[in-house]
Ligand binder design. Structure first.
Ligand SMILES: Nc1nc2c(c(=O)[nH]1)N[C@@H](CN(C=O)c1ccc(C(=O)N[C@@H](CCC(=O)O)C(=O)O)cc1)CN2
Ligand SMILES: NCC(=O)N[C@@H]1O[C@H](COP(=O)([O-])[O-])[C@@H](O)[C@H]1O
Length: 214
């Protein structure tokens, strides 16, 4: 039975497209049951049929909590097994996180716990890091502080700027996110006691991209 994925996206949607491509190729047993955005102009929305799109402008809500509640109600209507933040650029409030705790994932463009938040590529460059990468983690109330499931590493190369480094990271984000979703689709992934669990065992070290490849 394919797992039901609700995707949250605020922009381009290349991670969403990687999910859709894996489904179409038969390498991810899933279906995308909705794409939800805080940006009605998000190109990500155009990657799925109109019936699967939900987008609202947060400004039209009285508070972050009110927007999150409307978002959560829309997601719940789609009855997803997993909710994936795939380039979703808003901090989710504690009530939303609690509502979907344990099935909320995020792809973050850094090797957490380094560089939580935004502007991760420039921060890695500014720090003179020789390595950077991406993480897939469970979402918790603490921004980018949830248990990390898997990570992919890339070199920082001479002459890199933020855009060039971001492109190199993005290229590994896609297989990393799909690889973690394959674990979910196989019923092998869970969040328990503040940790990620795979095959009934707690993860003390994030899985590598190489370990996820089919
Ligand atoms: N409660 C959580 N919410 C979210 C998480 C999380 O781990 N816990 N992950 C993020 C994704 N993300 C980084 O991976 C992220 C998204 C948004 C921001 C942020 O500072 N957003 C600002 C608005 C920024 C803007 O509009 O340009 C905000 O919401 O005030 C940081 C990190 C998804 N949500
Ligand atoms: N903090 C969240 C964050 O920065 N997420 C990042 O936004 C990009 C979305 O690209 P996409 O829309 O093409 O998937 C990705 O690089 C993702 O890691």
């Amino acid at each position: 039975m394919p797992i039901r994925i609700a995707a949250l996206a605020s922009g381009r949607g290349s991670n969403l497209q990687a999910i859709l491509d894996a489904i179409a190729a038969g390498t991810l047993d899933a279906q995308v049951v909705g794409v939800f955005s805080d940006n009605p102009d998000a190109p990500a929305l155009l990657r799925v049929p109109e019936a699967l799109r939900w987008a609202r402008t947060p400004k039209s809500y009285g508070s972050r909590a009110a927007f999150d509640a409307a978002l959560g109600d829309a997601i719940a209507t789609a009855a997803p097994d997993w909710i994936v933040c795939a380039g979703y650029m808003r901090i989710l409030g504690p009530d939303f996180v609690q509502r979907f705790q344990g099935r909320l994932l995020n792809i973050h463009p850094a090797l957490l716990p380094k560089y939580k938040g935004l502007h991760t590529h420039q921060r890695a460059l500014d720090a003179g890091d020789s390595e950077h990468g991406a993480s897939v983690h469970f979402v918790t109330a603490e921004l980018d502080g949830g248990p990390v499931i898997a990570q992919a590493r890339v070199p920082v190369l001479p002459g890199d700027d933020a855009d060039r480094l971001a492109a190199r990271v993005l290229a590994v984000e896609h297989p990393l996110l799909v690889g973690v979703l394959r674990l979910a689709a196989a019923g092998r992934l869970a969040e328990r006691d503040g940790r990620a669990w795979v095959d009934g065992q707690p993860l003390f070290t994030p899985l590598s991209l190489e370990s996820l490849s089919p």
